[in-house]
Design a protein around this ligand. Structure first.
Ligand SMILES: Cc1cc2nc3c(=O)[nH]c(=O)nc-3n(C[C@H](O)[C@H](O)[C@H](O)COP(=O)(O)O)c2cc1C
Length: 331
């Protein structure tokens, strides 16, 4: 009996200490809650086909659902996750009446404006590629995109910007966003989704990015340096992949101060289109020549892929100071 009493007294003391510990811990638990409630777990949204292993995330900002519709179509096509950039203070209709000195007008004029984001993504670690959609506001991305890119870490990821607008081009909007991220983020060319685009057009663009299938199985070396390439999803690349299965070596020559060109040794299927290239682009020329750009040119080519892990300066250093050998192999 005595032992039991002593036991219960000890039990009471322990219980008391536990209550004390819990009380002391409570404010911290609340504080943690407050922080975690400002982040959100990214998942695919209802109606989209989720892929728990997806390495592609679509992030978008939209006040009138145009960008949202594109973002959903892309995410659906690629089985990607999707994240909406939601402002802490919502934009009401009057905030968006542009050319009236409305809130959006004022923010776009103010270089330091960084509208707060209500919910931040929990983590981007699992994603290799981030597709970022926004409307054009006065020729640029809305300032909330600046808030986003200054607040997340996209180093080492492939970034695919797209935008919609009433009529303006994407202009310098994506370049100005790229300037907010570090050099290891590989930005692909911005896509302005035309107002007349159909869902099929948008899906075809999404597939052409080559992100969903992670088609990095064909490895490319420039001399001894491996580079990361996002390959196109077309018949020419399929044929090139077959040649690379036995390892394909191409002796390239510098040409025009903007490219290296070399004979593949046989003809590949081609679907030439007038194209203005940018540094990192890999194209098929004349059906049987591989061209890799460190500058730009306009001609009829078939796109093969894009080097995504080198800055224009690094490409110039790799390709702009003498003929190189390119080797293609299959992983
Ligand atoms: C504040 C503001 C500024 C805009 N500026 C431009 C512009 O400079 N050029 C243009 O073509 N469209 C402009 N627009 C129109 C939007 O870019 C276009 O309607 C876009 O598709 C909207 O996307 P959303 O529906 O996803 O919000 C502007 C819209 C707003 C609200």
């Amino acid at each position: 009996m005595k032992t039991w009493k002593r036991f219960t007294r000890t039990g009471q003391i322990i219980a008391f200490i536990i209550v004390l510990i819990l009380c002391a811990a409570a404010p911290q638990a609340f504080a943690e809650d407050a922080v975690s409630s400002a982040t959100v777990k990214i998942t695919s949204l209802p109606g989209l086909q989720p892929d728990p292993d997806t390495k592609v995330l679509v992030m978008y900002f939209s006040t009138d659902d145009t960008v949202k519709a594109v973002a959903y179509t892309v995410a659906d096509e690629l089985n990607a996750d999707i994240f909406e950039i939601v402002p802490e203070i919502p934009y009401m209709a009057a905030d968006l009446e542009y050319y009236t000195n409305c809130r959006a007008d004022r923010e776009q004029k103010d270089a330091s404006a960084r509208p707060a984001i209500a919910l931040w993504p929990e983590s981007l670690d699992r994603y290799d590629s981030v597709i970022i959609g926004y409307p054009i506001w006065h020729g640029q991305a809305p300032k909330i995109l600046y808030t986003l890119l200054e607040g997340i870490d996209v180093s080492g990821k492939t970034i695919v910007p797209f935008c919609t607008s009433a009529s303006s081009s994407a202009g310098s909007s994506a370049k100005n966003l790229q300037a907010l991220t570090d050099d290891t983020a590989a930005w692909l060319d911005v896509k302005r989704v035309d107002n007349g685009s159909t869902a099929e057009d948008i899906r075809a663009w999404a597939v052409s990015l080559g992100l969903s299938e992670g088609k990095t199985d064909m490895l490319m070396m420039i001399n001894d340096a491996p580079v990361t390439v996002v390959w196109e999803n077309n018949d020419s690349v399929a044929a090139l992949r077959e040649l690379a299965a036995d390892s394909l070596t191409i002796q390239m020559s510098m040409y025009g101060g903007f490219e290296q060109v070399g004979p593949i040794g046989q003809r590949l299927p081609k679907a030439d289109k007038q194209t203005t290239t940018s540094p990192g682009d890999i194209v098929l020329y004349s059906g049987n020549q591989l061209v890799v750009f460190y500058g730009s040119n306009s001609w009829a080519y078939t796109r093969l892929g894009k080097i995504t892990d080198q800055t224009p300066e690094q490409l110039e250093a790799l390709l702009g100071s003498g003929n190189v050998t390119i080797t293609l192999t299959i992983d």
